[in-house]
Design a protein around this ligand. Structure first.
Ligand code: FAQ
Length: 321
């Protein structure tokens, strides 16, 4: 978009009519940049998110659990691919985005900087982290940018399956021995607040907390449909009754139903901790990036072989034509 009034009016006409912006449509440069920022962070989260659960593939308690976990981790890789492909339609290359991840110039979700200490953590990730991911991502299926919205449709279907898988794994533990139930409770205690923090900083500044900077503009552009706090509340309202079914206690003494608001009141996460983790000071930040960079280098021969094969095939096709 060269910034002409007519082009801008055409862009906002599509946004206001709740239409979709497609890759060849004119769009403001700031809209394009913000989408690249969000989609890249989202793609990076999917592939870094393979690590905490991948840690348990070789130690899954049964062949059935191992097969399920392998499939889930593979799904996350697929989500990363759809999202990198969606970002590429905005004129950035996958190499460029991966380089930015590896050199910490782009972010990924804070949640994946926490360790998976026990098998119950794998269940907690499915139940809480995938549960939070779906709550955040279902509205993204209506995002104003077509390729991102369409990628989210399939991702949400798979995440929903992942969430039920995590719930079922925890249910097996809570119906097991007292030690297994205690392990499930311990996982909930450690993953609850980091899951709430996945939704991002609060909408308004309060108690010295930093606030969301992009929400207002992203909502005007139809990228985000709800604010961080609205989605966080939705997640709490959905998850508390599920904890009751599991027979687990939420690690929040102030959590209670508020009849007037028609929602649960709850203690928000520690925003200083969220910002520390976002800025690289979480328990596993260094380990996650080191592992990612070494996996990328170790996979170089696969990329080289695939490119050589594609080039050979192209030459063959040209020779035939
Ligand atoms: N972690 O102004 P806002 C998954 C950053 S996928 C790290 O509120 P915005 C699947 C934010 O980027 C999970 N950084 O930003 C799975 C911004 O920094 P910037 C990922 C965070 O964009 C499950 C600054 O703080 N999902 O889990 C976080 O309006 C299981 C100010 O924040 C997505 O990415 C955070 N928690 O809202 C995989 C969904 N929160 O860019 C494996 C798409 C905020 O200025 C296993 N993304 N920041 O440098 C979104 O919906 C939004 O980008 C938000 C943040 C809601 C994450």
């Amino acid at each position: 978009m060269d910034g002409s009034d007519e082009q801008e009016a055409a862009f906002y006409a599509i946004i206001d009519a709740d239409g979709r912006i497609e890759p060849r449509d004119d769009m403001p440069e700031a809209y394009r940049r913000s989408l690249v920022r969000q989609i890249a962070q989202h793609a990076h989260s999917e592939i870094i998110g393979m690590q905490p659960e991948g840690n348990w593939i070789s130690r899954a308690p049964s062949l059935r659990r191992k097969a399920i976990l392998l499939a889930k981790v593979q799904d996350e890789a697929g989500h990363g691919l759809y999202l990198y492909a969606a970002a590429e339609t905005l004129g950035v290359s996958r190499d460029e985005l991966l380089d930015k991840l590896h050199t910490r110039r782009q972010k990924y979700s804070s949640i994946f900087n926490y360790p998976t200490l026990t098998w119950a953590d794998v269940g907690a990730i499915g139940w809480l982290v995938d549960g939070a991911a779906i709550t955040n991502q279902i509205p993204l299926t209506r995002c104003s940018y077509g390729p991102y919205a369409r990628a989210m449709v399939r991702i949400c279907k798979e995440e929903s399956f992942h969430q039920r898988q995590g719930f079922e794994a925890l249910l097996a533990l809570t119906r097991g021995t007292p030690e297994q139930k205690a392990m499930a409770q311990d996982a909930l205690n450690r993953w609850w607040y980091p899951s709430l923090a996945m939704f991002g900083p609060p909408d308004t500044e309060g108690g010295g907390a930093k606030r969301s900077t992009h929400t207002e503009q992203s909502m005007r552009w139809g990228i985000k449909r709800f604010s961080n706090d609205e989605l966080r509340q939705r997640f709490v309202d959905m998850t508390v009754p599920q904890a009751d079914v599991l027979g687990l206690r939420m690690p929040d003494p102030d959590l209670r139903w508020n009849d007037e608001r028609g929602h649960y009141d709850f203690t928000p996460p520690d925003w200083d901790e969220l910002f520390a983790v976002i800025n690289g000071d979480g328990p596993c930040n260094a380990q996650r990036i080191e592992h990612r960079v070494s996996a990328h280098h170790e996979g170089q021969w696969v990329r080289d072989a695939a490119s050589a094969y594609a080039a050979k095939r192209q030459r063959h096709l040209e020779g035939v034509a």
